[in-house]
Design a binder for this molecule. Structure first.
Ligand SMILES: [Zn+2]
Length: 139
C-alpha cells in the first residue's frame, strides 16, 4: 500500500464514520418525533377520590387504568365531559365524569351536576346552545 492509498483508506473510514453518526442522529430525532406524536394529552379522573387531572400526557395505547402519580395505584381513567347545565342550557367548562362502565358496572352513568346520562365520547350539546354558552360565559 502506498502512502497515498493509506491516506485514502483513512479518509473513507472517517467519512463512513461521520455518515453513520449522522444516520444515528437522524434515527434518534425521528424516534423522539414519534414519541411526541404518540403522547396525547388527556383529562383523567381518579376512581377513588374523583380528582381530575387535566392535560395529562398519556402514551398512545397505554393500558388503562393509568397509575396515579401520588398513590402509585392504577386508578386513573379517561374523564368524559358533560357540557350541560341542569336547566337545559349548555356551559363551556365541562363537568368531568367517570363512566361506570370503566369500573366494571353496567349501570348507566349520570352526570353528578345535571343528572343527564353520560356515555363514552360524550356528545356536546347542540351548536346553538354552545354558542349561547360562549356568549354568556365567554363575553
Ligand atoms: Zn352534566
Amino acid at each position: 500500500m502506498t502512502r497515498g492509498q493509506r491516506q485514502l483508506v483513512v479518509w473513507v473510514a472517517a467519512f463512513a464514520g461521520i455518515g453513520l453518526g449522522a444516520l444515528g442522529i437522524a434515527r434518534w430525532l425521528s424516534g423522539t418525533g414519534n414519541l411526541a406524536r404518540d403522547m396525547r394529552e388527556r383529562t383523567l379522573i381518579d376512581a377513588e377520590t374523583g380528582t381530575v387531572f387535566e392535560h395529562m400526557p398519556v402514551p398512545a395505547g397505554a393500558p388503562l387504568p393509568l397509575e396515579h402519580p401520588e398513590t402509585g395505584r392504577t386508578t386513573l381513567y379517561p374523564a368524559e365531559r358533560c357540557h350541560w347545565n341542569a336547566d337545559g342550557t349548555a356551559k363551556l367548562e365541562p363537568t368531568y365524569v367517570l363512566l361506570n362502565s370503566y369500573v366494571g358496572s353496567d349501570e348507566p352513568t349520570a352526570c353528578p351536576d345535571c343528572g343527564r346520562d353520560v356515555v363514552a365520547h360524550n356528545p356536546l350539546p347542540p351548536d346553538a346552545l354552545m354558542m349561547d354558552a360562549a356568549r354568556r360565559d365567554g363575553g
